[in-house]
Write a new protein. Structure first.
Ligand code: 4AD
Ligand code: MG
Length: 508
C-alpha cells in the first residue's frame, strides 16, 4: 500500500500515488467513468475512476457505491485548478470499508427541522464541515490570544448558588436535595480568580432558559470570559478589539477553503480589522433615531431606501420564477434542461423567502428608528438599525444603569450610567460581546443586589472581594456561537454548534 495521506495535504503529493481513506460524499457517473467526491475530515477531493486507468471491477464498484460508504482509495494525484483543493485523484483501486444503505440525507433540498433531527449525520455535509472547522479555528485563536497575552485560563463551576445575569433565565437543578442553578456566566468566579492571578479567562459552557425560539439564543452556549485586575472600561474595550481582530485574522489566514465553501463574502471581515467605532449609549440612540448621521447617512433614510430596493428585488425574483416556470410548462425541454431550471427555481424561491423576511423586518427596524425610547435597553431591531450603518463591529458603552446587570460600575462622572459595554456585530447580527468595568463600591453593590431582588447570602463571598484589597477591574463575555454565526454569516445560531440545545430541541 502506498503512503496514507490527508486530503488537505494533497497538493504536496502531485505526481505520486497515495492512499486516501474516507467517505463517499457525492458521486456522478457517465459512460465508462465515475466521479467520487471523497471526504476524509480534512477536506474534499474529486476522484476519477475509469476502466483504462484502473479496471472494470473498480469502475463498477465506484458506480455502485452509495452516499457515505466508507472507502479506501489508491490513486495518482494530479493538479487541477478547476477543483477547490487544486487537485484531482486518478483512481487505481477502491476498497469498501463500511457499507451505507439508504443514507437519509440526499442532494435534494431538506427542511431545517429534518436536518436538525439528522444532526448526527448532517455534520458530514460540506457546509456543516466548513462551519465546524471555522469554529475550531476561532476556539484555537481565542486561546492563543489570551495565552500570548499571559492570561491564566480558569474553569468556573457549572453548579452555582447565585444568579449572575438575572433570575428569569435560570435552569434550576437538584444538588443533593438543595436547589442549585446551572451557571449563566462564570464572571463572579472569574473576578475572584483575577484577584489571585491578575488576568484570567474562562472558556466553558453556560446555560440560559430562553423560553422562545429566536435565531440568536441557545439554552446551552459556550462563553469566553476574561477578567482583568487594574483595567478600566477603556482598557477592556482595547482587549475586546484585540481579541476579535486576532480571531478574524486567523480565520481569514487559515480558513480560505472553508469560507469559500460556505460562500462567505469576506469584505466585512476584512474591514473589521480597522479599529471598531466606540460610542456611548447616548450617541448610539441618536444614530438609531436618525438624529445623528454616520458618514452622511441617516438611519431612517437608509431604511426607507432599503425597503424600496427590497420591494424591487422581490418583483425581480417573482418574474424570474414565472419566466422559468413557463419555459418548463411550454414543454420540449431535455431532461437536463428541466433539472437545471427546476434547481434554479428552487434557488430563487429560497432567495425569495429571505427577501420576504427582510420585508417583514424592515418596518420593525423603521419603527425602532422612529420610536425608540431613550432609557430602554436595545432590542434586536435597535441593534440591527445601528449596525447596518457600519462595516465593522461597534462598541456601545455607558448604559442607563437600570437596564444593565447589578455588578457594573457606575460612571463616576455621571451616575445615571453604568460602565457596561456591548459589542454589536455588523450585517444585522447585533450583540456578540457583553462586558464592562465592575462596581468596587460595596455599598452600591449591596443596594443593587437588593434592587435586583437577589438573595444576599449567595453573594457574601463575592462582596468579600470588595473588602480585601479591592481594585478597579473589568471583563467581558464573548458568546462563541454568536461569533461563529456572524463570521460564517449563518441565518441561525443553531448551525454554529455541533449539537445545539435550545427551546424545543434536546436531541440528537
Ligand atoms: O451579555 P451577557 O449576558 O453577559 C454576561 O454574561 C457577563 N457576565 C459577561 C461578562 O462580563 N463576563 O452574555 C455575554 C454574551 C452575549 O454578548 C452573547 O454573545 C452571549 O453571551 N449570549 C448568548 N449566546 C447564545 N445564546 C444565548 N442564550 C446567549 N445569551 C448570551
Ligand atoms: Mg448582554
Amino acid at each position: 500500500m502506498s503512503q496514507i495521506v490527508n486530503i488537505s495535504d494533497l497538493t504536496s503529493h502531485i505526481g505520486s500515488t497515495v492512499t486516501l481513506r474516507g467517505w463517499v460524499s457525492n458521486k456522478r457517473e457517465g459512460k465508462g467513468i465515475a466521479f467520487i467526491i471523497l471526504r476524509d475530515g480534512t477536506g474534499f477531493c474529486q476522484c476519477v475512476v475509469t476502466e483504462e486507468f484502473s479496471n472494470l471491477e473498480n469502475l463498477q464498484n465506484a458506480q455502485n457505491t452509495s452516499l457515505e460508504t466508507s472507502i479506501t482509495i489508491e490513486g495518482e494525484i494530479r493538479a487541477d485548478e478547476k477543483q477547490l483543493g487544486g487537485v484531482e485523484v486518478q483512481v487505481k483501486s477502491i476498497e469498501i470499508v463500511g457499507e451505507s444503505v439508504d443514507y437519509p440525507i440526499s442532494k435534494k433540498e431538506h427542511g431545517v427541522e429534518f436536518l436538525m433531527d439528522q444532526r448526527h449525520l448532517w455534520l458530514r455535509s460540506t457546509r456543516q464541515w466548513a462551519i465546524m472547522r471555522i469554529r475550531n479555528t476561532i476556539i484555537f485563536s481565542i486561546h492563543k490570544y489570551f495565552q500570548e497575552e499571559e492570561f491564566v485560563q480558569m474553569d468556573a463551576p457549572i453548579f452555582t448558588g447565585n444568579a449572575c445575569e438575572g433570575t428569569s433565565t435560570l435552569f434550576e437543578t437538584d444538588f443533593y436535595g438543595a436547589p442549585a442553578y446551572l451557571s449563566q456566566s462564570g464572571q463572579l468566579y472569574g473576578e475572584a480568580m483575577a484577584m489571585a492571578m491578575g488576568k484570567i479567562y474562562t472558556f466553558g459552557p453556560t446555560f440560559r432558559a430562553e423560553k422562545s425560539k429566536t435565531r440568536r439564543h441557545l439554552s446551552e452556549f459556550w462563553m469566553i470570559e476574561p477578567e482583568m485586575a487594574f483595567y478600566d472600561i477603556f482598557m477592556n474595550m482595547d482587549t475586546i478589539e484585540g481579541m476579535l481582530q486576532r480571531v478574524i485574522r486567523d480565520v481569514l489566514d487559515n480558513c480560505q477553503v472553508e469560507l469559500k465553501t460556505i460562500g462567505r463574502d469576506t469584505s466585512v471581515l476584512e474591514s473589521s480589522l480597522k479599529s471598531f467605532p466606540r460610542m456611548t449609549y447616548d450617541e448610539a440612540v441618536k444614530i438609531i433615531k436618525g438624529e445623528k448621521e454616520v458618514n452622511g447617512i441617516r438611519s431612517i433614510d437608509m431604511l426607507e431606501e432599503e425597503l424600496k430596493n427590497t420591494q424591487a428585488k422581490l418583483q425581480e425574483i417573482n418574474s424570474e420564477i414565472e419566466d422559468k416556470e413557463s419555459q418548463i410548462a411550454l414543454g420540449g425541454l431535455k431532461k437536463g434542461q428541466i433539472n437545471f431550471f427546476t434547481n434554479k427555481i428552487n434557488q430563487l424561491k429560497q432567495e425569495r423567502s429571505d427577501v420576504e423576511e427582510d420585508l417583514r423586518n424592515i418596518p420593525q427596524w423603521l419603527d425602532s428608528a422612529r420610536n425608540f425610547e431613550y432609557g430602554n435597553d436595545f432590542g434586536g431591531s435597535d441593534e440591527s438599525v445601528l449596525t447596518k450603518l457600519f462595516d465593522s463591529p461597534v462598541m456601545v458603552y455607558d448604559w442607563p444603569h437600570e437596564v444593565k446587570a447589578f455588578y457594573l460600575k457606575r460612571n463616576p462622572e455621571d451616575s445615571r450610567f453604568a460602565r457596561g459595554v456591548d459589542v454589536l456585530a455588523p450585517e444585522g447580527y447585533g450583540e456578540i460581546v457583553g462586558g464592562g468595568e465592575r462596581e468596587t463600591d460595596i455599598n452600591l453593590l449591596i443596594e443593587k443586589i437588593h434592587e435586583h431582588e437577589l438573595p444576599m447570602s449567595a453573594f457574601e463571598w463575592y462582596l468579600d472581594l470588595r473588602k480585601y484589597g479591592s481594585v478597579p477591574h473589568s471583563g467581558f463575555g464573548l458568546g462563541l456561537e454568536r461569533v461563529v454565526t456572524w463570521i460564517c454569516k449563518l441565518k441561525h445560531v443553531r448551525e454554529s454548534i455541533p449539537f445545539p440545545r435550545m427551546y424545543g430541541r434536546l436531541t440528537p
